[in-house]
Design a protein around this ligand. Structure first.
Ligand code: DC
Length: 233
């Protein structure tokens, strides 16, 4: 078995349901869960905290050179630490979402996080398997992973989901600003030059618009079983 054989990748836009699906799939398979968006959020959070300009490439390069970023499994999810400080809760605000999307277009940031993602993913894959979710996991971070998914959903459904998620976190945001946040991030994520959001050629595409979370995950489990029985026989 190769080092990538226990890595499952899930990519997709904000609100496609990939985080919930990745978490539940990891739990179902007994795998670890790696949310790579949280790493971009951690860089965005650090830039805001240090009052760095999130568009200043040199400042972000310097920030990344000294970035002490670690993650730890936590139940079905994971916790994120910068310089040992647990920032898991703080990286979910709209302000950090915007900063994360801005730093994600900077090559030095992507390069630094590429190394971190591969290190965590390979270690976890070698131990017990890992479900890695993000935007470029099947295309750039783990292009050799044997099982890849790309989750999609109609934009309006993604807006509703994101809005609900923010409200559940106790944040008061109106629907139109959530719609604007999703539109802006979609455009940034899919139009950036490096690692734009796009499905890997060998990814299984799932439209989650009319599916429940359990429906998405059982579709994934069936696809994994099919792939594995196909490659075993
Ligand atoms: O999935 P998320 O909303 O937590 O991601 C935050 C930002 O990070 C998002 O704007 C896209 C970026 N991102 C990325 O460019 N590549 C990844 N693999 C994961 C996230």
């Amino acid at each position: 078995m190769g080092i990538f054989s226990n890595i499952i990748t899930i990519d997709g836009p904000a609100g496609s349901g990939k985080s919930s699906a990745a978490r539940l799939l990891a739990k179902t398979l007994g795998y670890l869960y790696l949310d790579t968006g949280a790493l971009y959020r951690a860089v965005g959070w650090t830039a805001l905290k240090e009052h760095s300009n999130v568009q200043d490439e040199a400042a972000l390069k310097a920030l990344c050179a000294k970035l002490d970023l670690t993650v730890k499994p936590d139940g079905d999810g994971m916790r994120v630490y910068v310089n040992g400080q647990d920032i898991t809760g703080e990286i979910r605000t709209p302000e950090v979402s915007r900063a994360a999307a801005a730093v994600a277009v900077v090559p030095a940031v992507r390069q630094r996080l590429l190394g971190i993602q591969r290190e965590i993913g390979k270690k976890a894959g070698a131990q017990r398997g890992v479900v890695v979710e993000g935007r470029d996991i099947g295309t750039v971070v783990f292009p050799d992973a044997p099982i890849k998914f790309f989750l999609e959903a109609l934009p309006e459904v993604r807006v509703q989901r994101r809005h609900l998620e923010l409200r559940q976190q106790g944040l008061t945001v109106d629907l139109s600003s959530t719609r604007q946040e999703i539109d802006t991030r979609d455009l940034k994520d899919s139009s950036r030059e490096i690692s734009p959001l796009k499905p890997a050629a060998d990814a299984t595409r799932i439209d989650s618009t009319a599916l429940t979370l359990e429906g998405v995950v059982s579709t994934m489990v069936r696809a994994i079983e099919q792939k594995r029985s196909g490659s075993a026989g």
